[in-house]
Design a protein around this ligand. Structure first.
Ligand code: XMP
Length: 540
């Protein structure tokens, strides 16, 4: 594995992802993690370290440093931005505020021709060439200078190199943009992990394969084998319950656990009545018939409707639904315990980004405190179920890849996320069955048209919202007074921010025609053109 020490850069997580995209396993750990801590994890066969960027200055009194044992381990280290400055300072060099302006944004680095003389030190740039358009810009009188676009963001620079290091690249305003030594210590002042550095991935590949001699073995098959082993070790002969949400994470968690322990797993799916058209049937069909994984389907439609009657406040709706979920789950666990011994584990589809977020990256303490996310809303403490989280070291795209490798249908693998409270937060105001029926039908039409237009995967989420607004319309010779439906479609990377999708006019027209023609209760359609922020993706 390659261990990434997190000094607080917004790109730290991206470094880990880039490494895994090269099929090398990588973990992101707090900057104060010790080599001894790391070596306690038998599964980590450490081949090298990356020190991330970060907002501090290495000469500040409270600057986050690193365990000296890591520096003395003999393993290669790539320092990026702050990481480079830390490496330089800790090995005897010197760092000072950048003379003149801070460098921020796109820059061009020049790889020094004379640096290529020392093949050992030059390995980080070996085999890298400018892309054709970049070559066009080159000054013909200096053909041997390799210039690469790179993303810079720093206010400090290395002004004295540690012993044994040489400068590998510079920019117009910074004479020390990359440094290295023969042991495989490399410092890059720019960020190779961002897409604004087009050759960045090649540079990372060089570090992994030419300097750390990693093997490209982090593949779906490998991940599955490892997860299966870990689940077997953790669970032993006990029984696991797993709540399915209809989303990709809980489905992949269930598939992995089933592969590991077979019928020691019971999957539970709650039909809340707040699901999309065909959702329950799809879950039943896939799990019971296609995957042959036994499934307990709880029909709780009436329970949820009763609890939600006349409730229009969004937060109250959410709380009621969360509480009802827990109560149903608890009933089922108790019921299962009557026929099953040792029901001691609860499976959750927690992903690596949640783990990173809840891991203490606080440099003041060496203890890693990992809180578990409660996707099902937090279970009552008297149940005392232990957690199995087979996805806790995986990113979403890896979960999708594994899902596909385990035979999860393509359509399911690529499903948009769907909120736990379901359609209840897309019927604005009080929820009742007639309104849910209208919305379910509207949602089906929106998704069907988006799929037909071939843009489903480009969108982060798309859905219909049933508003309580009624407006006047005309149909044939009749005046109508019916509901206003809003269509929402967004593009997003992480769902923390989102932009409204520029859907083609013809597609919007078709959606509007079908909604008003096929659903009598709807006579007006609007398209939501707000981004997040200031809006949120959902309306409630
Ligand atoms: P917002 O509306 O906050 O949504 O922009 C961001 C993402 O979270 C989903 N979402 C939820 N998911 N329970 C969930 O499991 C919830 O209560 C909930 N509320 C919003 C939303 O669909 C979007 O993907």
């Amino acid at each position: 594995a390659i261990i990434v020490l997190d000094y607080g850069s917004q790109y730290s997580r991206l470094i880990t992802r880039r490494i895994r995209e090269c099929q090398v396993y990588s973990e992101l750990v707090p900057a104060n993690t010790t080599l001894e801590d790391l070596q306690k994890n038998a599964h980590l066969d450490i081949k090298g370290f990356i020190f991330s960027g970060g907002p501090s200055s290495v000469y500040d009194a409270d600057a986050p440093l690193c365990d000296p044992a890591i520096l003395n381990s003999g393993l290669p280290i790539l320092g990026i931005c702050y990481g480079m400055q830390l490496l330089a300072q800790e090995l005897g060099g010197h760092v000072a505020p950048t003379q003149g302006l801070r460098e921020y944004g796109p820059a061009t680095i020049e790889v020094l021709p004379e640096a290529a003389e020392d093949k050992q030190i030059f390995r980080i740039f070996e085999g890298i060439s400018a892309t054709p358009q970049q070559t066009d810009n080159l000054d013909a009188s200096q053909p041997e200078v390799l210039r690469l676009p790179a993303w810079m963001s720093h206010g400090d620079s290395v002004d004295k190199l540690p012993e044994g290091f040489r400068v590998l690249a510079r920019t117009e305003s910074n004479p020390v943009a990359a440094i290295g030594d023969a042991r495989g210590y490399i410092g890059l002042q720019f960020h190779p992990e961002v897409t604004h550095t087009p050759q960045g991935k090649e540079i990372i590949r060089n570090f992994l394969f030419r300097i750390c001699h990693c093997e490209a073995s982090w593949t779906a098959g490998h991940v599955i084998d490892e997860a299966v082993d870990l689940i077997r070790q953790q669970v032993g002969s006990d029984h696991v319950i797993c709540g399915l949400s209809g989303g990709v994470d809980s489905a992949v968690a269930a598939l992995l656990i089933h592969k590991a322990i077979g019928d020691q797993l019971t999957c539970i799916f709650v039909d809340t009545g707040l699901l999309r058209a065909g959702e329950r049937e799809q879950v039943e069909e896939t799990f019971a018939n296609h995957m042959h994984i036994p499934l307990v389907v709880v029909d709780a439609r009436q329970r949820f409707l009763d609890k939600l009657a006349n409730v229009s406040d969004p937060e109250r709706k959410r709380k009621i639904i969360g509480a009802e979920f827990i109560s149903i789950f608890e009933d089922e666990a108790v019921r299962l315990a009557e026929t099953q011994e040792n029901v001691t584990f609860l499976a959750q589809g927690t992903l690596y980004p949640d783990v990173i977020e809840s891991t203490s990256h606080d440099t003041a303490t060496t203890a890693k405190s990992i809180k578990s996310h409660h996707n099902v809303g937090g279970l009552p403490s008297e149940m005392k179920l232990k957690l199995v989280e087979p996805l806790r070291m995986l990113f979403k795209d890896e979960v999708r890849e594994i899902g596909a490798a385990l035979g999860l249908p393509e359509e399911w693998v690529w499903r948009h996320p769907f909120p736990g409270p379901g359609l209840a937060i897309r019927v604005i105001g009080a929820v009742d069955e007639p309104k849910l029926k209208v919305l379910r039908e509207a949602d089906r039409i929106v998704i069907e048209e988006i799929r037909k237009a071939g843009i489903y995967r480009e969108l982060g989420q798309a859905f219909a919202v049933l508003t309580p607004v009624q407006s006047v319309g005309v149909m044939g010779d009749y005046r109508t007074y019916a509901y206003l439906v809003a269509v929402r479609a967004v593009t997003t990377g992480d769902f923390m921010t989102a932009d409204w999708a520029r859907l083609p006019d013809e597609l919007l027209g078709r959606i509007s025609n079908r909604l008003t023609n096929e659903i009598a209760e709807i006579n007006r359609v609007v398209y939501d053109i707000t981004s997040k922020p200031p809006s949120t993706i959902e309306w409630e």
